[in-house]
Design a binder for this molecule. Sequence first.
Ligand code: FAD
Length: 394
Amino acid sequence: AAAQVVVIGGGFGGASVARALRRADPRIAVTLVEPNPVFTACPFSNVVIAGLRDIGAQRFGYQAVAATGVEVVQQAATAVDPAARRVTLGNGTTLSYDRLVMSPGIDINWNGLPGYGEQAAERMPHAWKAGAQTLLLRRQLEAMPDGGVVVMSAPENPFRCPPGPYERASLIAWYLKTQKPRSKLILLDAKDVFSKQKLFMAAWAELYPGMLEWVSLSDGGKVNRVDPETNTFETDFGSHKADVANVIPPQQAGRIAMLAGVADRTGWCPVDAVTFESRLQPGIHVIGDAAIAGAMPKSAFAADAQAKICALAVARLLGGGVPSEPRLINTCYSLVAPGYGISIAGVYRPVNGQLTDIDGAGGTSPLNAPAHERALEAEYADAWFKTITTEIFG
Ligand code: FAD
């Protein structure tokens, strides 16, 4: 019989690996399990929050994925039995697999920040999963009077999209500067260093002086507790009351990863650096944000790169072969204003079982680039989003 591969999660990693498996070997029967009929992408959702893009541009269906011969099942996976190699779905049916690939993304760690919970997120949105939360934060910004204070909080590492909080702060500052210029944004950070820091800070000094204030860990940026009743963030150095509050909370691998036994005590999933097979459960591979991928960040670009490598490895293993050692690339673009893009890129290979930066490859945009280079990078960012979403969902 044909080999059966089940994929859990139809986001960047999961939809990509499903298609790549069909390309690698059309004899493999691939089933993609995803509860939502439409995927809402996070990259560029900060542009939606700034009012510069419609949420419709973030939405993708699964028709094109199904057209490649992937069986798309619109259900949530509710349990995984690694010994029996079986997945249970929300409707009670089960799927057997020879190999399982999981790309469930993140869940908010609701125990990670005192005062914050699912109820609190309706008042203090995280907007770290795109969709209703993105639109809620957008509406709150629109309703805020000029002169209001926006307070954001960013978590410790690791979390989804390392430059994401800083891109969001930049684009909200753009909105305030152009629409509500007497307002202010405070970004409370649980870290002293962050991705593309020099580039962001130079851009903030140039574009948003006096408007965007970043508070580092050392300066009291770590949030110990939030209070949704008063929209307040509490730190060791005092509290900050917000008109609009955006809490980017601590995160962990999607819940199904815990249920399947592929997550360790960190809340994330240790994997083999060549095949992305779980170090805890043989026969299950984990890619994307849920995986501990060494030096690779939790990005859509990385999830897609891992999906392609994982698909080749799974096809090779099913055929009784030995997967070859991979090289993977990541690039993360950020917009600090419309027409002003910056980026960071890396190239990775397994070293002693960990995905490790290849020295001298990759890097960031130059610190002192002329405006036309920033404009070009904004165009590259746009082109990257079109390319990756067309390859995966188009
Ligand atoms: P996801 O894309 O989140 O997909 C997970 C899927 O699994 C979802 O569709 C979910 O419904 C499904 N799922 C979960 N549990 C189950 C279950 N039990 N059963 C079945 N299905 C399940 N990355 C970039 O590369 N560039 C960017 O510019 C960028 N910008 C970002 C901006 C923001 C504001 C944010 C929050 C993120 C950004 N990212 C960016 C990061 C990117 O969104 C993630 O890294 C990427 O989505 C990870 O892919 P994934 O497959 O791991 O998870």
